[in-house]
Design a protein around this ligand. Structure first.
Ligand SMILES: C[S@@+](CC[C@H](N)C(=O)[O-])C[C@H]1O[C@@H](n2cnc3c(N)ncnc32)[C@H](O)[C@@H]1O
Length: 525
């Protein structure tokens, strides 16, 4: 039975139908860009009853309203239609906190694999049998659960501290969480090789290989990033050499970096060949290449593969027998190619009477872009009572008015982001924001009465943005459930888990899949 968080395939289809229905009904909201707030008079699009309550709402109350982990703390009667909409979004959207794992039943027990069973330990099998260095002990569960965390008191000699260098706290959190999941998958599937696609600077790859002893091949489209990643590898190896014996250092698996663009036109056999060659260049050549040829296979990982890359990786995973697991966190949904990479499951369900997809259904660019915003961080800003950062959307919308008046062909133009914009007065903001276009905003517009009126209505901009943002989990849910269904319909065992802290890393769901042995056992569509 295909199941997501205890839901049957029928219920999943029902969730898709409900998501589509709500998103189609509220496209006037999801498709409205906040920078058009004044030029398109977006406030007037809100129903009068919504305007009435939002006109005077306390921003703190709005912060609670956006926090789906709580019931809203309403200080006044809210319009029923708005309350019902929030309730619907909240009940259909995937949970964004890691209180539960969304998964299919375990094949043998029929019970869902809980986080405690599945993901909180690191597998002992993910290290080469003869490797022995501090990181390895973090992985060995033989003496009971060994929490593989950077805060672990057992971090001998600060071994894992080395991995913090050049890495932001957000990235550190992500790679730490993801590495634990990947180690467990590698252990469960006996796939010691990991291909990190869209690896960027290789932070995850270094943790997986130097930290956890996995053999890692990175595929990255940009050579500048691959070459910087190689330099960071060398730097880290040097730092580790001060903690390891010569023998430990010799056994340390180094990530291999390949610069290549993964595209749908790439033959799967070419992908496998590229990966095999990279692994063969590995320092422990013979053993690793033997492992690949002896069909232990590899896992595919992607930490925020943008746009179409995530669906490409899912397709490679389902089509390549050598690929044993996949673990990806999506991002940049607005870069998805409509009709081709979303919805992925529609074609598989075309002939199915219960297909939830309408032929012409699409998610607009604007709604997919909105799904990449950070709802928890915005809610926290509202709750903080610090208003300066909340005014930035109003600044941008007021500037758009000036742009449209003076340079109409530049409307909706992306402007460079301004550091510490919240500390600037509007005239300074306007000058800096337009400098990338080599334009100077006319003083009579920047200081005009109309502009001041716009700036005075910043609370309305915040309210509109918040109500729109409330719908964003629904868009992300639709995209993730679509990927889940695609994998499940292809016979994979799949789960979606909110592994990252959404306040630190808002694209926080991991899609994790392994290959099921018996397709029919898992499908009842
Ligand atoms: C959002 S970044 C994530 C980088 C890295 N995984 C991390 O978390 O730091 C996405 C990366 O994927 C790479 N990328 C995008 N499309 C790609 C493709 N089709 N093939 C290979 N790499 C790609 C980009 O160059 C970029 O470095």
């Amino acid at each position: 039975m295909v199941s997501l968080y205890g839901s049957s395939a029928e219920k999943l289809s029902d969730s898709i139908r409900k998501c589509c229905y709500i998103l189609q009904s509220y496209s006037w909201l999801t498709d409205a860009y906040i920078l058009d707030f004044f030029t398109e008079d977006l406030w007037e699009r809100l129903p009068p009853s919504w305007q009435e309550v939002l006109n005077t709402v306390d921003l703190n109350e709005l912060g609670w309203w956006l926090d789906f982990s709580n019931a809203p703390r309403c200080q006044r009667p809210w319009p029923l239609s708005l309350l019902a909409l929030r309730m619907a979004v909240r009940s259909i959207s995937l949970p964004r906190r890691s209180c539960a794992t969304l998964d299919v039943p375990n094949e043998s027990t029929g019970r869902p694999c809980s986080r405690a069973q599945g993901l909180s330990h690191c597998g002992r099998h993910c290290l080469p049998a003869d490797a022995d260095y501090p990181g390895r002990q973090e992985l060995d569960c033989s003496g009971g659960p060994a929490p593989c965390t950077f805060e672990a008191a057992s971090d001998q000699g600060g071994f894992f501290q080395v991995f913090r260098k050049h890495v932001t706290p957000k990235k550190m959190h992500e790679i730490d969480k993801m590495a634990k999941v990947v180690c467990q998958l590698a252990a469960d599937t006996h796939a010691m090789h990991v291909v990190d696609v869209g690896s960027g600077l290789g932070h995850l790859a270094r943790l997986l290989s130097y930290g956890h002893g996995l053999s890692v091949c990175c595929i990255e489209a940009q050579e500048t990033l691959s070459s910087r990643a190689r330099k960071l590898d060398m730097e880290m190896k040097k730092a580790l050499s001060k903690m390891l014996t010569k023998e430990q250092l010799r056994l340390l698996p180094c990530p291999q970096h390949v610069t290549s663009i993964v595209e749908p036109s790439m033959e799967k056999s070419h992908f496998v060949q590229m990966v095999s060659q990279a692994f063969q260049q590995h320092s422990m050549t013979s053993r690793l290449s033997n492992a690949l040829s002896s069909n232990t296979g590899f896992g595919i990982v992607g930490l925020h593969p943008c746009g179409d890359l995530a669906p490409y990786l899912i397709r490679i995973f389902t089509d390549c027998p050598e690929a044993k697991f996949i673990c990806i966190a999506g991002c940049c949904y607005m870069k998805l190619t409509p009709n081709i990479e979303f919805p992925m499951s529609a074609k598989l369900m075309d002939d199915n009477a219960v297909s939830p997809w309408q032929r012409d259904f699409q998610l607009s660019y604007e709604s997919r872009e909105m799904a990449c915003h950070a709802i928890e961080a915005y809610s926290r800003n509202l709750l903080s009572g610090i208003t300066s950062s909340l005014k930035i959307h109003c600044y941008r919308a007021a500037l758009e008015r000036i742009i449209v008046k003076n340079w109409p062909n530049l409307s909706r133009r992306g402007l460079k982001s301004i550091k510490y914009a919240e500390h600037l007065q509007f005239p300074e903001y306007a000058v800096r924001a337009l400098s990338s276009l080599k334009l100077i905003p006319p003083n009579e517009d920047v200081l005009s009465e109309e502009t001041n009126q716009c700036l005075d209505s910043w609370r309305k901009v915040v309210c509109f943005y918040s109500i729109r943002l409330m719908l964003s989990p629904l868009v992300e849910t639709l995209i993730l459930i679509d990927r889940f269904l695609f994998l499940s319909l292809k016979g994979m065992t799949c789960r979606i888990s909110p592994e990252f802290d959404p306040e630190l890393s808002p694209r926080n769901h991991l899609i994790i899949a392994t290959k099921s042995t018996d397709v029919k056992k898992h499908l009842s569509l």
